[in-house]
Every structure is written in C-alpha cells, then in structure tokens.
Design a protein around this ligand. Structure first.
Ligand SMILES: C[S@@+](CC[C@H](N)C(=O)[O-])C[C@H]1O[C@@H](n2cnc3c(N)ncnc32)[C@H](O)[C@@H]1O
Length: 320
C-alpha cells in the first residue's frame, strides 16, 4: 500500500490530493476493520447518524470519547458561529447516545481572540443543555505561539472534560518532580511531610498542562501534512485517566490517527473516522507503520518524522 508521491503533502494543493486519493482505501461511507485488535476506521461525516451507528454497532459501548473537531478558526472551514454550534450539537448528541451509561467525553476546542473568543463560549453554553456534566477545563501550553509583538503570545489549547453518569477517573502524574515541601499533617498520630504522603515524586497533572511537547517536524511522532496533530502524550494521558485496558474509545475526527495509536499502545479498542479519505488512510497507515516497525513490544515508530505516510518506507525495520 505504500506509494512514492510528492513529499509536499502539507501544501494541501489539489495536485497533491489528486495524487493521493487513488491510494486511499476508504471512500465516503466506507469502514475498515482491523483484524488484529478490533479497531475500526471509517470515512465520513461525524454528523451522519447511519455511519456513526455502524461504527459502534459491534462490541461493548464506548467508555470514552476524545473529539478534536475543526475549531472554526483558520484551518479547515470557517462558518457563522451559530451554524458551527448547530453542527457540534449533532455530533455531541450522537456521542451521548452511543456512549456507555458511565462515560467520559473530552473535546479539544479553540477560541478566536480576534472574534470574541468564538466558538468556545458558545460551545460551553450549548453543552449546558445536553445530558453531559461539566468536569474540567484544561489548558495545554504550546511551546510556540503567535502574535507576540502587540499582545500576549497565544500559546494555549483548550480541552473540555465532561461526564455522562459516573465514569472512573485515574489520577495522572506529570514528569515534573515535586519541588514544594513542608506541608505537615498528622496521620495516625505521626507528623508527616507532604512528600512522605505522596503517591508519586512528580506532580499531578492538573488543569494546566505545561509538560507536553507540541508536535513538530523533528519529532518521531510527526505525521507530515497533518498540521492539527495532537501530541501522543496528551491523548495517552486522557486515555489512561478515563478508560481501562480493553475499553472502547471513540474519536470522530481522526486526522493523524493519534487516538487510534494511543489506544493501540495502551490496549484499548478505538473506533474512529474522518471526513477526508486522505486522513482516514493516514490513520490506518500510522497504525500499520507502528506495527511493522516493532509495535508495542519493541517501540514501534509513532510517526514518520520528516518522511510522510505515502512514501515507500525504505528504513522500516521489523521487530524480531
Ligand atoms: C483538528 S483535526 C483532528 C486532529 C487529531 N486529534 C490528531 O491528533 O491528529 C480535525 C479533523 O476533523 C476532520 N473533519 C472535519 N470535518 C469533519 C466532519 N464533518 N466529520 C468528520 N471529520 C471531520 C478533518 O478532516 C480533520 O482531519
């Protein structure tokens, strides 16, 4: 399935798309089943009831949804905010219906500082009249930002956490060592200091994440042409906090297939889709690339760094 084509996948020109489309396994409305671990990838619209229900019809109900829609900002299509929110409501309602009675929902979203921070406040208001309960408003800090000369550098990415019913939540720790000491408490008649009482030498992941490296072209996990790719570390943190091994996870906006790869590495089953056949294909290829370069047992490759998914992988090594 590998095909050597123009490396400038991220130029997003029609010429590049025309070259790639014949190499995509899925057309709109089609579904790919992974024989090995039961993941499913579909190509189509997140608001298509028929397709989304076909995606989840087999197996156990999803315990977790990790959605990263287009933000109604510069990338992808920009529409009037009411229209955008009406569109969000549809895939949110579908998610509510197909999730387990006790489940978690995470949605990545942007806020346009040049336009009254749309669509974040409108999205939050819309969520207030769904069955989901609000739980946390996480901000992840990017290393690179924009607009530094006449404004505060824009470095934030917003992540909203909601629940349906009462799902489990496992506390996650960062790689940042605890620096603050000296908080004493009596435990069983003995005076203890906070470090002694801690479950980890590192600080907990709170609702501000400063320890996640933004994906860029020098990183192994980079998938060329996927400009909206989320860091695997961030998605794995969510998957570990809000699901258990063997659980099913959904993601309606696959893009570089990060949620699928996180699920493969952490022993969850992922049901995912993308409206664009090229991103649906990249999602499948990323999983295959991870497996053919070693998989979970021997540090399979998580991306292509500066190569791209449609190029012949001359450097593939098979784990033996
Ligand atoms: C922000 S990206 C997701 C990034 C992803 N979390 C990752 O780490 O690679 C949004 C994706 O949604 C897809 N998309 C846009 N509209 C869609 C729709 N109506 N249904 C399904 N996917 C859609 C785009 O093609 C794009 O790949």
């Amino acid at each position: 399935m590998y095909n050597s084509v123009n490396k400038s996948l991220d130029l997003d020109s029609n010429a590049v798309r025309e070259q790639l489309l014949p190499h995509c396994r899925l057309q709109s409305g089609e579904i790919w089943h992974d024989e090995q671990n039961g993941h499913i990838v579909a190509c189509g619209d997140a608001t298509d009831n028929d397709l989304t229900y076909r995606l989840v019809e087999s197996g156990t109900k999803p315990k977790l949804a990790v959605h990263d829609p287009p933000y109604n900002l510069v990338a992808f299509e920009r529409r009037p905010v009411d229209e955008y929110i009406a569109w969000c409501r549809k895939w949110i309602n579908i998610s509510y219906d197909i999730l387990d009675n006790d489940a978690a929902l995470y949605v990545w979203l942007g806020a346009d500082q040049r336009d009254h921070f749309q669509p974040l406040p409108q999205f939050m208001s819309m969520m207030a009249d769904t069955g989901f309960e609000s739980r946390s408003f996480v901000t992840m800090r990017n290393q690179r930002g924009y607009g530094t000369q006449k404004n505060w550098m824009a470095v934030r990415q917003e992540l909203l956490y909601y629940t349906k019913g009462a799902p489990s939540f496992d506390v996650q720790y960062t790689d940042i060592p605890k620096a603050v000491r000296g908080y004493y408490k009596d435990v069983g008649g003995e005076r203890t200091e906070n470090i002694e009482r801690s479950r980890s030498d590192c600080i907990r992941a709170g609702n501000v994440w400063i320890d996640v490296q933004q994906v860029f072209y020098r990183m192994e996990e980079n998938v060329d042409g996927c400009l909206a790719q989320k860091p695997l570390k961030a998605i794995e943190r969510i998957v570990q906090a809000s699901s258990q091994p063997g659980d099913t996870v959904i993601d309606f906006f696959a893009h570089a297939g990060t949620t699928l790869l996180a699920c493969e590495r952490l022993g969850r089953r992922c049901l995912t889709m993308d409206i664009d056949p090229i991103f649906a294909e990249i999602t499948i290829r990323r999983l295959e690339h991870f497996r053919t370069t070693g998989g979970a047992g021997c540090s399979g490759r998580t991306g292509w760094q500066r190569e791209h998914p449609f190029e012949c992988p001359a450097d593939v090594h098979i784990c033996r």
